[in-house]
Design a protein. Structure first.
Length: 312
């Protein structure tokens, strides 16, 4: 086992401890005896070819009122004693992409980085589904207003979304005669300057947008169905959806058993598949969530399984 658990994440003071998967990683790492270090993606830097980071020691406790204490600040290279968990949230912007290049240098120095930096660049969370065409709903990606508009009109009802969002942000449900269709397309594509995705609307969303977690290529045996609230079509918990734990269903397992090994082959040890009905809609690899909810509902420890796999 390596000595240090280095967690790259967003502001820990702003998290909700009962729901935050990065916090679950810190808790399990501390339980195992790692020395914990906390930093943001812009705290990484290069000195020549050496990947270094400014980081803070951290202690954590499972208390929603008082969950962390920061200790000493150090500046040091990343190397063979380090297990690095890259957990910065989307968008995958310039800072994020540059951080993955720096973490590749840390890999070359012997650090274990999860998920693999190259894979974080290669697997856009929306576009990665195209690797599995037999599993996905009807989908188009384009910056062209006419292409997106024609897809909505052909489908009758479609979901439009940006390629770099998270938590249900800027996702629209539109019908062919919706008078807002043009302005939504203009907004999402920045008047044709940016790609956007359109997917057929799946009525099975009423039964939940299912999050299936993948650990070392295999699905967790329980999933979290995120069921839309009364006033929203989105199941995202950040948008008022309700999380309901369920055993993995046959369709969910079939999808996971195709996608999981492909992810592992590319160095993605921990991912979250979004499944509506029997269709794969997203592959989350940057900062998948729902660990805390599943652990609490089923009395399991998903991060223990992850750490067993990546740093035995």
């Amino acid at each position: 086992m390596r000595k240090n658990l280095v967690v790259v994440m967003d502001d820990i003071a702003s998290i909700k401890v009962v729901k935050d998967t990065s916090f679950a990683m810190l808790l399990e790492g501390q339980r195992r005896g790692y020395r914990l270090w906390y930093l943001g993606d812009t705290d990484l830097y290069l000195d020549g070819a050496q990947a270094r980071a400014r980081m803070r020691a951290i202690r954590v406790q499972d208390d929603a009122d008082d969950w962390f204490e920061l200790g000493e600040s150090i500046d040091r290279p990343l190397g063979e004693d380090d297990l690095v968990l890259m957990r910065a949230d989307p968008p995958v912007d310039q800072n994020y992409l540059m951080a993955t290049y720096l973490l590749e240098q840390a890999e070359r120095a012997g650090a274990r980085v999860v998920n693999r930096p190259r894979a974080l660049r290669d697997f856009n969370e929306k576009l990665a589904i195209a690797r599995f065409p037999d599993l996905i709903p009807e989908t188009v990606v384009s910056a062209s207003a006419s292409v997106l508009r024609e897809f909505v009109q052909r489908s009758g009802k479609a979901v439009l979304k940006p390629l770099d969002g998270m938590g249900g942000k800027s996702i629209f449900l539109l019908e062919r005669n919706d008078r807002n269709l043009n302005v939504v397309i203009e907004t999402l594509t920045d008047n044709g300057a940016r790609l956007a995705m359109a997917q057929e609307y799946l009525p099975a969303i009423a039964d939940g947008d299912k999050r299936v977690l993948i650990v070392h290529g295999r699905p967790v045996e329980q999933l979290l169905a995120r069921i839309p609230g009364q006033d929203d079509f989105r199941g995202n918990l950040a948008r008022g959806g309700r999380g309901e734990g369920r055993p993995l269903g046959a369709a969910d397992r079939a999808i996971a058993e195709v996608v999981g090994p492909s992810l592992l082959e590319h160095g993605i040890e921990f991912a979250g598949l979004d499944i509506i009905g029997d269709r794969l809609t997203e592959v989350n690899v940057t900062s998948p969530t729902c660990v805390r909810e599943l652990d609490a509902q089923f009395g399991i420890n998903i991060i223990s399984d992850l750490l067993d796999a990546v740093d035995p």
